[in-house]
Design a protein around this ligand. Sequence first.
Ligand SMILES: [Fe+2]
Ligand SMILES: [Fe+2]
Length: 199
Amino acid sequence: MSLLLNRNTFGNRTNAGNVLTKQEAETLFTEWVLNPRLQLHMKQVAALMKAWAAAKENLNDADQWRWETAGLLHDADWDQWPDLHCKKIIEELEKRNVDPEIIRAIASHGHLYFGVEPETKMDKMLYAFDELSGLVHAYSLMRPNGYEGMDVKGVKKRLKEKSFAANVSREDITDACTRAGIALEDLISFIIPIQTGVN
Ligand SMILES: [Fe+2]
Ligand SMILES: [Fe+2]
């Protein structure tokens, strides 16, 4: 089964700036994603995208929400329609005339599967946060105090242990950091405090 999207343009340029309201995004999220673990993952990535847009890209509230939406909905179809990941959510957002940049970011969050290269900053950060966020969360679950006292060194140690969170692709993480031009350490130290507040 292939998840390749076989296309490289998404949405309509005339829809630039169009977003779902918080209520619309929330409704789609809760209707499509029933698995609480996946919901948490998506909320964590959403928080990271928003925080990055604010702190590192100096974007305004409207743009922060665009970044947050990409994070919040990137795996929206994975729970109920894994064979259609991420074709289904992309088509849904196209139908709703959502900003093409948001749709493109979602389409490129797994370039090895979907065949869409991360190009924009939003694309690259979504790709970078996706796997690493999952590994950091898995680490928090095995620590007696969860996120409390977690440091970069500990996360890097877990990354080196191939058997730990084995489904998290180390190659993707390295590749994503290179593409985003960010040191792994910096990305980890950004993730820990943000993710601490989302659980
Ligand atoms: Fe995904
Ligand atoms: Fe994901």
